[in-house]
Design a protein around this ligand. Structure first.
Ligand code: UDP
Length: 477
């Protein structure tokens, strides 16, 4: 599709600076948006943290060279202000945000006011509110991109009301199934345990919780809000959000949108680790729909005893499995070499373990019949597009609410949150792959068809992306 010239008064081509939070899920989805905008003739500067950029270039050099070859596309790097070996885990998420907030504003300002390459519009991650302050100072429009689901965004947005109503903090384990009444539209099914994980803090003033709430609330100051979702999936929630943010662009699922607009684009996500492609050869030799794919994303960690419970559950289900065990998946290294012999033996017979796989390709493989996932938003969308029913074992942030929606609202799978027991794993794998397969496949097919429809010409996400492109041209004039 040829780039459309903007209105006469607009700068052409507009130059957009895209700035994700340095985390894989954020960078991956914002790169997809960057490519879609670049395809529409917009000049892109993609801003990565130095630390992150280095790892991505090392492990995804093919993807990076592809981006570098897009007309008018460039990468720039910016420091995150943290020491080189800072762990950058979820627990110290506030350290990353605070550090970015303290060191990057003057650097960003210099970039935005560089007369040699004027920036006309910023699309920043919706967790970087200090970018709004800088954008307002230099008079450049700013659009937010929030990489979480609309349901998670809406729950974050409502947290001050939930706290005011005395619904938080949660009073121990026995309180977890209490319904939350102050997230409009979710009164009938949202339990304490389904709220984003930061809400589990005993103190409502917890730093991570307060940060994510204030960042979410500050979104109203942006000139627009982009969400990686689609109307047939989250329309009712998006309507609630629209009452506060009139300018919302739902343009997802971005992975499907990219394929719809740029069919020749066949690349997979970026990596922080070496991709192990040998798993595809293993999958090629398995019967159709026989394998459960297990992956907990790029950040989630588990204890060693939890890993063993999952392992027994998978082995005892007697199903085949492909499991991504990242080098840093297990927290604590005690007894790392003592995998019980029976597990080892069964894994050699019908399992495959890899450090990092091309996930979208795996989900689309004919041998895969189900996905045991942590319900990160990208994984959830990738699973929906691949018509893959899910077992959800959420770990942190938005994953708790995503998994509730997968099970209770969209009927796309089973929510296993807060349980880690080999018997439950075994039971759910069999339900997903055998006993309730037909029921889940029906919902999965229906939702995948709606996802594909939304990103094809005339679909809601397709039209919303066109609106976004036109608005960028207008804002840049
Ligand atoms: N991913 C991958 N290979 C793997 C595991 C994950 O390419 O072995 C990708 C996956 O396709 C997704 C991203 O990593 O795009 C994980 O993002 P998500 O939002 O699901 O979870 P997060 O890592 O942010 O917790």
């Amino acid at each position: 599709q040829a780039p459309q010239p903007g209105p006469k008064s607009a700068c052409y081509p507009p130059h957009v600076l895209i700035w994700p939070l340095p985390a894989l899920g954020h960078v991956n989805s914002m790169l997809k948006l960057a490519e879609l905008l670049s395809h529409a003739g917009i000049k892109i500067t993609f801003l990565n943290s130095e630390h992150y950029h280095e790892r991505l270039v090392r492990h995804s050099s093919d993807v990076f060279s592809r981006y570098m070859n897009l007309p008018g596309f460039q990468f720039k790097t910016i420091t995150d202000g943290l020491p080189k070996h800072h762990p950058q885990t979820v627990d110290n998420f506030h350290e990353l945000l605070n550090s970015l907030a303290s060191v990057t504003p003057p650097l960003l300002k210099d970039m935005l006011t560089d007369a040699k390459s004027p920036v006309h519009c910023i699309i920043s991650d919706g967790l970087l509110s200090f970018a709004i302050d800088v954008a307002k100072q230099v008079g450049i429009p700013i659009i937010y991109f929030r990489t979480v689901s609309a349901c998670a965004f809406w729950a974050y947005f409502c947290i001050p009301e939930i706290i005011d109503a005395g619904e938080l903090p949660i009073k121990g384990n026995e309180d977890m199934d209490r319904l939350i009444k102050h997230v409009p539209g979710m009164e009938k099914f949202l339990r304490c345990r389904d709220l984003p994980s930061f809400c589990r803090a005993e103190d409502p003033m917890d730093m991570n919780l307060q940060l994510v709430v204030s960042e979410t609330r500050s979104s109203v100051r942006a000139d627009g809000l982009v969400l990686n979702t689609f109307e047939d999936l989250e329309g009712p929630v998006v309507s609630q959000i629209r009452a506060h943010f009139p300018k919302i662009y739902t343009i997802g699922p971005l992975n499907a949108h990219l394929k719809a607009r740029i069919p020749e684009n066949t690349h997979s996500s970026n990596s922080l680790w070496e991709v192990d492609r040998s798993c595809i050869a293993w999958l090629d030799n398995q019967p159709s729909k026989s394998v459960i794919f297990v992956s907990f994303g790029s950040v989630a960690v588990m204890q060693r005893d939890q890993l063993i419970e999952f392992w027994y559950g998978l082995v005892n289900s007697h199903k085949r499995f492909l499991w991504v065990i990242r080098p840093d998946l297990i927290s604590g290294k005690d007894g790392e070499n003592q995998i019980p012999e029976e597990l080892d033996k069964a894994t050699k017979e019908r399992g495959y373990i890899a450090g990092w796989v091309p996930q979208e390709e795996v989900l689309g493989h004919k041998a895969v019949g189900g996905f045991l996932t942590h319900c990160g938003w990208n994984s959830t969308l990738e699973s929906i597009v691949a018509r893959m029913p899910m077992i959800c074992w959420p770990s942190f942030a938005d994953q708790q609410i995503n998994s509730r929606f997968v099970d209770e609202v969209w009927k796309l799978g089973l929510d296993m949150k807060d349980l880690c027991d080999r018997k439950i794993v075994e039971k759910m794998v069999n339900e997903l792959l055998v006993e309730r397969r037909e029921e889940f496949m029906k919902s999965a097919d229906r939702m995948a068809n709606l996802a594909i429809k939304s990103v094809n010409e005339g679909g809601s996400s397709y039209c919303n992306l066109d609106h976004l492109i036109n608005d960028i041209r207008m804002l840049s004039s």
